[in-house]
Design a protein around this ligand. Structure first.
Ligand code: SF4
Length: 738
C-alpha cells in the first residue's frame, strides 16, 4: 500500500497528482470499532485555508462526536477547483496542535528571557490599551506599527487607522514579491497579483526562473501547470538546482547563481535581433523598442555564456522556443524574488520579455483579473495621520507601493541624531525572527521598543520577545473577512467557525474591537458580532450570510467578455505614457536605469558555498514547522551538497554538519547532508523554515537549520526596499565533521 510519504513524493515530482481533498489525512480520523471514520455527513462548514496565502476555499467536516475530521476543497472555487494541497488538508493539525498558545500572557522578566504570567483577557487588554494609549499620547499614534501576515491583520490595521496610524506592513512585500510588483508596475502599470494572473492552463511555453511550482504548492497554479504539461507545453526551468519543476522541463538551465539578469538580457537580445517579437503587439502597445534594441545590442549569447555558464546554443534554442509559442508564453514573474538587491531590474527584464512576446493580456500568457468589491463596513472617517512611513527616510525606496517592513525595523532603532520613529509594534501572524533577515538587527529594534504585542496561534520565536501575548484562535475557529481576491471571474468565499475556539483563544476581530473600546475608538467597530458584519456586507452585495454558509463560494460572470485583449483593442495602460514601457520613464524619473543593466555580484570565498533556500510542498515557511500532521511528512530540512564538494569535505549522506556563514555566524543546530547531483558545486540548498530554538515548539525544536539565522548580509534594492538574501555563503565546521 502506498504510504503518505510516497504519496507526497509522487505529488512533488508529478505535478498532476495533487492530494484529493480529504484523502490525505483521512487515516487520522476518530475511528469506529470497525476502523471506519465516524462522520456527521450533514455537518460541514465553509472555510478558506489559512495555511498559505492562496486562500483555497473548502469545507471543514466534523464527526458525529463533534471532533474536527477533515478539510476538503470546494468544487466551485477557482483557487482550488475542489482540491486541497497536502498542507491545506493538514490544517486540521493547526487546530489540534497541543503546543498552541492557550491563554493571554504578560512578560514579567526582561525581554527574551521568556518569563511570563498567565492573565485574564481583561487584564491583557487593559494592559495593552494603557500602554498603547500612553505611547500615542507621548509620541503620537504614528509611533505604533503593525506587522501582519494573517487574515486577522485587517482588524488590527483598522484599529491603527482609527487611532491615526497607517504604519501597517506585510513582510510579504519587501521580503518576497515586492520587486516583481514594482517592475511590472513600471512596465505595464499593473501587477501580476495574487493569485498570479498567469493563464498557465493554456500556455504553450512556461519559463521558470528561480520559481519552483510544485515545491511552492500554490494550488491552482500547480493544477494549471499540470494541465499545460498534459497539453505538451514546453517548460524551461532556470535554476542552479534540479528542482521538481526542472524534472518536468524540456530545458533545465543550471545557471550560475546571481547571473540571471545576464541570461534575460541575452534572450531579449536574441528576440529583438531575430525579430522574434510580436511585431503588431509591440508596435501597438509598447514604447521604447529602439532604445531597448540599442541597449541590448552587445548582450549576445556568447557574452552571457561567459557570465552564466549557459551554452550560447541553449540560449538561442530557448529564445526560439519562446518565440514559437508567442503570445501563449509566460516568463513567470515568480514570488519570492528578493535575491541580490537588483531584483526590480531583473524583474523588469522579465516584464520586458513578456511584453516583447505579446503575452500580457493574451490567452496562454496573462489574463485580466476581475474582482468583486466587498463594501467596507460603516465607520467614521479615519483621522489623517500626521506622518507616514514615507516620511522617516525621505526619498528612500521611491517606487515602493507598499510599506517596507525592513524600513520599519530601521525606524525602530534610535541613532545619535534622532529618536526612534516607532515605539510599539503589534505583530500578527508573522514570526519576524524567521521572516526578516539579519536577526541581530531585528532584535536590536525589538529591544528599543516600549511595547511589543504579539498576536499568534503558536508560540513562535517572536512571542519569546513579546511584552504581551494575545492568543488567536485558528482559522477553523473564527469568522474572517470575505475572501475577494481577483481571478478569472469575480468571486467571494466565506470563512466561518467550524469549531468553538479552543482554550482561551479569541478571534482578531474581537481583540481589535475590545482594544478599540478601551482606546476610545470603539465607534470604528460598529458590529459587536462579526457574523452581523458579514451579513450586512453580503446583503449589500445581493446575498446573505445564510446563502454563503450553504455555498461557501459565490462566483459571478464577468461583466464584459474581456479576459484577454480583443483584436485591435485600444488600450490605455496606467503608465506615464499610456503604453507598455520597455524604456521605463518611472524608473528614469526616480533616478534608476530605465532599462535593466547586468551587475556582477559577489562570489563565494574559497571553501564557502552560496546558501540557496526554498520551499517544500508540505510546509509553509516556519508557520507549519510544528504542525503534527505535516511534521509527520517532513520534520526537518536537509542540506543538498554536490558530490564533488561532499568528496572534498569527506561528507556522506545523513552526516550531521553545523554551518558557519561569511560573518562567522554558526548555526544553532546541525543539518543532515544529502549528497546529490541536483545542486551545482558552488551552492548548497535547504528548505526554509526549520531550525527552531523555541522550546515550546516541541515537535520542531532543534530540527534542522534555520536559513534566516545564516542570512546576515542583506543587499537592499534601492528601487523598492526589498531585502536581497542570496548573497550569503556558508561553510562546514571542521571540528564537527571530525
Ligand atoms: S495552496 Fe494549499 S495551503 Fe495554500 S491555501 Fe490552498 S490548500 Fe491551503
Amino acid at each position: 500500500m502506498q504510504s503518505r510519504r510516497d504519496f507526497i513524493k509522487i505529488m512533488a515530482l508529478g505535478t498532476g497528482a495533487l492530494a484529493l481533498s480529504g484523502g490525505l489525512f483521512a487515516f487520522m480520523d476518530p475511528k469506529r470499532e470497525d476502523g471506519r471514520p465516524v462522520v456527521a455527513l450533514d455537518y460541514k462548514t465553509a472555510t478558506y485555508c489559512e495555511i498559505c496565502f492562496w486562500k483555497c476555499a473548502g469545507w471543514a467536516y466534523k464527526t458525529e462526536k463533534g471532533e474536527l475530521w477533515k478539510i476538503v476543497g470546494n468544487d466551485d472555487d477557482q483557487h482550488s477547483n475542489g482540491r486541497f494541497c497536502p498542507r491545506g488538508t493538514g490544517g486540521v493539525g493547526m487546530y489540534n496542535d497541543p503546543n498552541r498558545l492557550k491563554k493571554p500572557m504578560i512578560r514579567v522578566e526582561e525581554r527574551g528571557k521568556q518569563v511570563f504570567r498567565e492573565v485574564s483577557w481583561a487584564e491583557a487588554l487593559d494592559y495593552t490599551a494603557k500602554k498603547l494609549s500612553g505611547i500615542s499620547a507621548k509620541y503620537g499614534p504614528e509611533a505604533i506599527a503593525l506587522f501582519t501576515h494573517g487574515s486577522g491583520g485587517k482588524y488590527f490595521g483598522d484599529l491603527l487607522k482609527a487611532m491615526g496610524s497607517t504604519n501597517i506592513t506585510q513582510p510579504s512585500y519587501a521580503q518576497c514579491r515586492g520587486p516583481r510588483d514594482a517592475a511590472f508596475l513600471a512596465t505595464f502599470g499593473e501587477q501580476p497579483d495574487s493569485p498570479e494572473v498567469t493563464d498557465l492552463r493554456d500556455t504553450k511555453c512556461l519559463v521558470l526562473i528561480g520559481s519552483h511550482i510544485g515545491e511552492n504548492m500554490h494550488n491552482g497554479q500547480v493544477q494549471e501547470m499540470s494541465d499545460a504539461i498534459d497539453k505538451k507545453a514546453t517548460i524551461i526551468t532556470v535554476d542552479p538546482r534540479f528542482s521538481t519543476a526542472a524534472s518536468k522541463s524540456k530545458y533545465w538551465l543550471p545557471i550560475k547563481p546571481s547571473t540571471d539578469l545576464a541570461l534575460l538580457l541575452a534572450w531579449i537580445h536574441e528576440i529583438i535581433n531575430n525579430e522574434y517579437y510580436d511585431r503588431k503587439y509591440v508596435e501597438t502597445y509598447t514604447t521604447g523598442l529602439e532604445q531597448l534594441k540599442e541597449h541590448v545590442k552587445n548582450f549576445t549569447p556568447e557574452w552571457a555564456y561567459g557570465i552564466t555558464t549557459i551554452e550560447p546554443d541553449v540560449i538561442r534554442q530557448t529564445a526560439k522556443e519562446m518565440s514559437n509559442a508567442k503570445p501563449a508564453v509566460i516568463i513567470h514573474p515568480g514570488r519570492h524574488v528578493t535575491w541580490y538587491g537588483d531584483d526590480t531590474q531583473r524583474e523588469r527584464a522579465i516584464a520586458i520579455l513578456n511584453a516583447l512576446l505579446g503575452s500580457w493580456g493574451r490567452r496562454g500568457g496573462f489574463y485580466r483579473p476581475s474582482k468583486k468589491t466587498v463594501p467596507s463596513y460603516p465607520h467614521p472617517e479615519y483621522p489623517e495621520p500626521k506622518t507616514t512611513w514615507k516620511d522617516w527616510f525621505p526619498g528612500q525606496y521611491p517606487l515602493a507601493d507598499n510599506p517596507v517592513s525592513n524600513a520599519f525595523v530601521d525606524a525602530s532603532i534610535p541613532t545619535k541624531e534622532r529618536d526612534a520613529f516607532l515605539k510599539a509594534w503589534i505583530v500578527n501572524g508573522t514570526n519576524l525572527i524567521f521572516t526578516i533577515p539579519d536577526q541581530a538587527h531585528t532584535l536590536e529594534a525589538i529591544q528599543a521598543l516600549e511595547l511589543l504585542v504579539v498576536v499568534d496561534t503558536m508560540p513562535m520565536e517572536i512571542t519569546g520577545w513579546a511584552d504581551v501575548i494575545l492568543p488567536e484562535c485558528t482559522y477553523l475557529e473564527r469568522y474572517d473577512s470575505l475572501r475577494d481576491s481577483p481571478h478569472r471571474k469575480p468571486a467571494i468565499a466565506l470563512r466561518m467557525p467550524a469549531m468553538e475556539p479552543a482554550y482561551e483563544t479569541k478571534p482578531a476581530y474581537w481583540m481589535a474591537r475590545e482594544l478599540a473600546k478601551r482606546l476610545n475608538v470603539g465607534e470604528y467597530f460598529h458590529f459587536e458580532d462579526q457574523a452581523d458584519l458579514l451579513d450586512w456586507q453580503l446583503k449589500k452585495m445581493g446575498s446573505s450570510l445564510e446563502e454563503l454558509k450553504k455555498k461557501g463560494v459565490i462566483t459571478w460572470d464577468r461583466e464584459e467578455d474581456d479576459l484577454f485583449f480583443a483584436n485591435g483593442e485600444k488600450i490605455e495602460f496606467p503608465t506615464n505614457s499610456g503604453k507598455i514601457e520597455l524604456y521605463s520613464s518611472a524608473m528614469e524619473q526616480a533616478g534608476f536605469d530605465p532599462m535593466p543593466k547586468y551587475t556582477a555580484h559577489e562570489e563565494p570565498p574559497s571553501g564557502f558555498y552560496r546558501l540557496i533556500y526554498g520551499r517544500a510542498p508540505m510546509h509553509t515557511f516556519s508557520r507549519t514547522a510544528n504542525n503534527p500532521n505535516l511534521t509527520d511528512l517532513m520534520d526537518e530540512n536537509v542540506l543538498w551538497v554536490n558530490p564533488k564538494v561532499a568528496k572534498e569535505w569527506g561528507l556522506k549522506n545523513n552526516d550531521p554538519v553545523f554551518l558557519k556563514n561569511q560573518d562567522g555566524i554558526q548555526s544553532d543546530f546541525a543539518i543532515k547532508v544529502r549528497v546529490t547531483e541536483r545542486i551545482r558545486w558552488d551552492s548548497v540548498y535547504m528548505v526554509h523554515g526549520f531550525g527552531h530554538k523555541q522550546k515550546q515548539l516541541e515537535r520542531c525544536f532543534g530540527k534542522g537549520v534555520s536559513d534566516t539565522q545564516l542570512i546576515t548580509k542583506v543587499k537592499i534594492d534601492p528601487v523598492m526596499g526589498g531585502t536581497g538574501m542570496r548573497g550569503n555563503f556558508v561553510t562546514f565546521i571542521p571540528q564537527v565533521l571530525a
